[in-house]
Write a protein that binds this ligand. Structure first.
Ligand code: ADP
Ligand code: SR1
Ligand code: MG
Length: 423
């Protein structure tokens, strides 16, 4: 991947704990928040795959804190030999700001954005933890499912052609079309490499053998994955978060924040919905090993209808309230026709979300970027049983998606699958 326009500038340098104080001191808004001239505590807390993230706080008053996130010109998880355009931060900044207008209580506030330095300084969510970590530990978050459903409905409907006018929407799309390197990562690591022999794939002997016999040689499944790859590549339906999984959500008992929208681009609505569902399922699988009883698994499964129902009802309410848009002009459809159209639309989102969830479960199981829920299980045989369970369900979901008519059909499929003993 070659350097992009604006990437060769001399101003860019990789920040570290030594250079951060001087960098931040030059930004009045941040300096005021931390306390002008204050001594700073700085920790690198990034546990993500791509970037460097620092928590910076006033040494004598740790409640005065900010997060500094910087994109480096390579893929953090692979190292400097794997170049990755750092202009991904440009899209993260834009998405944080678009989402900040649509759902201000569900995304961190931006204090300072510096595209030249590929850096953002934002609200520090000190009272929250990453949802994935909480769910691995078996913690229940009573409101998170509603918050996720609400986030998706607001951000997806309000950037769709059912809400926006044609010209303003194309102008917004134009801000995201060149998120090239991250869309390419998704094309490769979600829709291609996991289904073939590829050097980047993860390896666990029994899982590898199963994948060789049941994934690499299954034409129908690989064709279906390609159908979803095409949907991802071609359908510019709404501004997606683009990487909406439990590692991109920070929570406590009353609040949720969606972070890390660097993969934002205009794509199919069902992509965000399917990814979220897959991550609750992956965690549920892990709890066959992590918790003795079925209670926490049930809690995880119970969140999926809450996410879907909140998403669907809010999306439809916004649609009913919307006026004329790119898609609709008064007089085109009667009230009955509109309502029929919306039902068919939601059914297709559901089916496609099931397909994207299937891809997501497979890539998190056999691709390079696994999830800690499963990958942190030390016993390789136990892990493999869970991995094969995930892969089998990915195939089942993919094969049966077209039979889904209502969310209850998906709920039954999930319930049936997760009623079987695994270990
Ligand atoms: P990456 O883009 O590399 O995946 P993330 O945006 O996911 O990076 O951030 C990595 C980690 O940094 C998160 O898992 C979380 O622990 C921490 N983090 C990120 N943003 C915030 C924030 N606003 N407040 C507190 N912690 C944060
Ligand atoms: C090499 S793929 C890295 C993955 O990490 C991010 O969180 C995205 O999910 C991406 O696919
Ligand atoms: Mg990220």
């Amino acid at each position: 991947m070659s350097a992009k326009p604006g990437e060769s500038g001399d101003a860019y340098r990789i920040l570290d704990r030594t250079s951060l104080p001087a960098y931040l001191a030059e930004i009045p808004a941040v300096s005021d928040l931390l306390g002008p001239g204050a001594e700073l505590d700085i920790q690198e807390i990034g546990d993500g795959n791509l970037n460097f993230v620092y928590r910076v706080s006033n040494s004598s008053d740790s409640s005065k804190s900010v997060i500094v996130k910087q994109a480096v010109p390579f893929l953090r998880m692979a190292g400097e030999d794997w170049p990755l355009a750092r202009d991904r931060m440009r899209f993260e900044i834009r998405a944080l700001s678009t989402q900040g207008e649509l759902v201000p209580n569900l995304v961190p506030k931006i204090y300072h954005a510096d595209e030249e330095m590929s850096t953002v300084v934002m609200q520090c969510l000190d009272d929250h933890i990453i949802l994935r970590i909480g769910m691995i530990e078996g913690v229940r978050y009573p409101l998170v499912a509603e918050h996720i459903g609400h986030f998706m409905a607001e951000t997806l409907f309000k950037t769709s052609a059912w809400s926006m006018g044609s010209i303003e929407r194309r102008e917004l799309m134009n801000q995201y079309t060149l998120n090239t390197d991250l869309c390419k990562l998704t094309e490769d690591f979600i829709f291609t490499f996991p289904y073939m022999v590829h050097e980047s794939n993860y390896s666990n002997p029994a899982t590898d053998q199963w994948a060789k016999e049941n994934i690499h040689t299954d034409y129908e499944y690989k064709r279906d994955v390609l159908i979803f790859k095409e949907l991802f590549v071609a359908k510019t339906e709404a501004l997606l978060h683009g990487d909406l999984h439990s590692g991109s959500i920070m929570v406590n008992q009353t609040e949720s924040y969606v972070i890390d929208p660097e993969f934002a681009f205009f794509g199919p609505i069902s992509f965000d919905v399917g990814k979220v569902i897959a991550n609750f399922l992956l965690c549920c699988t892990s709890h066959y090993h992590r918790s003795g009883g079925a209670e926490y698994r049930q809690w995880l499964l119970d969140q999926i209808p809450v996410i879907w129902n909140t998403f669907e009802s809010r999306f439809l309410a916004l649609w009913e309230q919307a006026g004329e848009s790119t898609m609709l002009a008064n007089g085109l459809l009667s009230d009955d026709e509109q309502s029929r159209f919306r039902s068919e639309f939601m059914m297709n989102v559901l089916r496609d979300a099931a397909g994207f969830a299937a891809c997501s479960m497979a890539r998190r199981t056999i691709g390079i970027a696994g999830v800690a829920d499963i990958r942190d299980i030390e016993d390789l045989e136990i892990r493999s049983k869970l991995e094969i369970f995930n892969l089998k369900f990915s195939k089942r979901l993919m094969a049966q998606r077209k039979t889904l008519k209502t969310f209850d059909d998906l709920a039954s499929l999930i319930h049936d699958n997760y009623s079987t003993p695994v270990l």
